[in-house]
Design a protein around this ligand. Sequence first.
Ligand code: IPE
Ligand code: IPE
Ligand code: MG
Length: 239
Amino acid sequence: MKVPNHVAIILDGNGRWAKAKGMPRSYGHKKGCENLETICDDMKELGIKYLTVYAFSTENWKRSKEEVGYLMTLFRGYLKKCIKISERNRMRVRIIGDKTGFDRDIQESIQRLEEFSKDFDELHFQIALNYGSRDEIRRGVQKIAQKVQAGELLPEDISESTIGDFLDTQGIPDPDFLIRTSGEQRLSNFLLWQLAYTEFYFTEVAWPDFHRKELVKAIEKYNERDRRYGGVKEEGACS
Ligand code: IPE
Ligand code: IPE
Ligand code: MG
């Protein structure tokens, strides 16, 4: 089985999953967070090199104070645990999104984790936190404009790769495969630039139930896809 180089996941459905069990939404988030620990091990074992997950969007601040507070508590715990997970998987961890939106202690945990794992390269794990693709593009455009204003960049020299260099995903290859759990078929402001040629996969399975078996099933579907990038696939020419 050929595995995608980069898998991106919109991990959705924690709340509905918990509700279906007669439990509060927070229980779904707790179980979803636990699943984030094991999925990294599975990705590593399957030979996937890049994994990006959408864990908290710029729009998710609109949720109740109680839910946001609980998610912050989970992130606090997870960022600390992730040091061990990164070590055992020799996994580099990076946070994409606007980190300045978080409390100071969370920002410090992020910095510690990124610094600790910066030389690992067997798996590259990106966690999107306070991430919104439009906000990421806005921040990137702002930096490009500052360079132009300072006379360090000519407008005519702005290429697609210049734009890529000013996004949070700088240096990370575009995802080959996007999975969204729990039935919704939308991007919800995730990686709008980077998903230009990505294959999409939607499953009814909620994130807390999305384990290795479901991941393998998704990758099998990926193997059936005929990727073209706008060209014509000649018999035997493409891998
Ligand atoms: C995904 O699950 C986790 C976050 C967005 C933080 P949801 O919380 O969106 O769960 P549903 O979609 O309401 O079921
Ligand atoms: C997208 O899920 C964001 C994350 C998974 C972090 P949402 O549940 O917030 O998205 P919508 O509101 O259904 O579009
Ligand atoms: Mg949701």
